[in-house]
Design a protein around this ligand. Structure first.
Ligand SMILES: [Zn+2]
Length: 419
């Protein structure tokens, strides 16, 4: 589309960044650390080399680079430069650096002034590696950040989040003021490495993301009766583990029937000794689906199964909700544009949901039309130094993502003309 887009430059910059911020164990760009600050300084230098960009940090420490256009209506492109400890070389920074390359192309193509304003944002602390709470910068921006919970977060050394933010010049009590950055946001785009094996298994480089899964997370406790393992006949037992264990194959059937995913991730027993029938068995169930009604049906089905197994085993069952978040479907017209951009670039596209949460879900929750594009992950693995994507796929994703940015820019223009 334009001679000035250079996907190879993005790959070279990713390698440059890896050289600066990774060690033998992987990327070390944990938010609010020295390495992260060095990463930001490196990014600012890249942005500074592009004429006419306005760069600033908002009230929550998110970094914005703005190329003013004919209209104040803004196309947003987001990512995060922070990583988990021992992370990969692509998660988060690929998104930002692809955005930077798109800014270069737009500036050249439109003589410094595209039809709409275009902004690249580097969200602060997407990973939540230090304080155990992800999507800090984007949830402050969308307004969903729970201030009371965040105020009490501490890292392993007992340093609180407000104190860590103060170190980088951010006043915790004012972080939500960054919500004003979304004032003229007309669309939000995010490119990301898939973090799963779906595109790999289909042998496809790119996919259009339908939205992020909703999550129902519960602890389920079956309660029976402790009894001696030698003297209690099999027909007289109230075995909490027997009922809980039946849940394990059951959830595979539930996921298959409703099309989501279910995981029993932990199981603890009491008294937990070799000579006693299990009195209490606590398991955790994590269920995810892109459709809120289907997610509710999966949870309902799990509850019914739990009641049935408890009845059969003469034990009781109790449920405790640990966490819940609603699914966040992306914008249907932007999904179609994403699909078209991928097809124009490599012939075939695939639509898939995102299991992990992303900053994009927060922006979508704030009411901004949003879509994400995924690029294939070689091992289906991220948050690990083995995270990787073939270089030709990285170049394809920058090209396809740039096409999506151009289509979205035209889409914003057409919409504002129509209204
Ligand atoms: Zn990420």
């Amino acid at each position: 589309m334009s001679a000035s887009l250079e996907p190879k430059r993005t790959v070279a910059e990713l390698k440059e960044l890896r050289g600066l911020t990774a060690d033998d164990n992987g990327a070390q760009r944990v938010a609010f650390t020295k390495t992260w600050e060095a990463t930001r300084a490196w990014l600012r230098k890249k942005l500074g080399a592009i004429d006419g960009l306005e760069v600033h940090t908002d009230a929550a420490g998110n970094l914005w680079a703005t190329l003013r256009g004919e209209s104040e209506q803004a196309l947003l492109i987001g990512g995060h430069m922070d990583s988990v400890p021992n992370g990969g070389w692509l998660d988060g920074c690929l998104n930002v650096l692809a955005g930077v390359e798109i800014l270069r192309r737009l500036r050249a193509q439109y003589g410094g002034r595209p039809p709409v304003t275009v902004r690249v944002v580097d969200w602060a602390d997407e990973e939540g590696a230090r304080f155990g709470k992800s999507l800090f910068g984007s949830s402050a921006c969308s307004g969903t950040l729970d201030m009371d919970e965040a105020r009490g977060l501490k890292d392993r050394d007992g340093v609180g989040l407000p104190a860590a933010l103060k170190e980088i010049g951010v006043d915790f009590e004012r972080v939500k003021e960054c919500g004003k950055e979304l004032k003229n946001a007309a669309a939000y785009l995010e490119l990301h490495i898939e973090q799963g094996p779906v595109l790999l298994d289909l042998d496809l480089p790119l996919g259009a993301v339908l939205g992020t899964f909703g999550v129902e997370r519960h602890a389920i406790t079956f309660h029976g009766q402790a009894a001696h393992s030698g003297s209690t006949p099999m027909n007289r037992r109230k075995d909490a583990l027997l009922a809980a264990a039946k849940m394990s194959p059951e959830i595979y059937g539930i996921a298959a029937k409703h099309g989501g995913v279910c995981t029993i991730g932990s199981c603890t027993t009491k008294p937990g000794i070799v000579t006693s029938v299990v009195e209490d068995c606590r398991i955790t169930l994590d269920q995810r689906h892109l459709d809120a009604a289907a997610l509710a049906r999966m949870w309902q089905a799990a509850q019914e199964a739990g009641e049935r197994f408890a009845r059969e085993g003469g034990v009781t069952v109790a449920w405790e909700r640990l966490w819940h978040i609603a699914p966040m479907p992306f914008h249907p017209e932007l999904i179609a544009l994403c699909d078209a951009s991928i097809k124009e670039t490599c012939g075939v596209s695939h639509r898939l949901p995102s299991g992990p949460l992303h900053d994009a879900a927060e922006v979508a929750r704030a009411g901004v039309p949003t879509v994400m594009m995924f690029v294939q992950s070689l091992h289906g693995i991220s948050h690990n130094k083995i995270e990787d994507t073939r270089e030709e796929h990285l170049e394809l994703c920058v090209t396809a993502f740039d096409r999506l940015a151009e289509k979205t820019l035209q889409w914003i223009s057409a919409r504002s003309r129509a209204s």
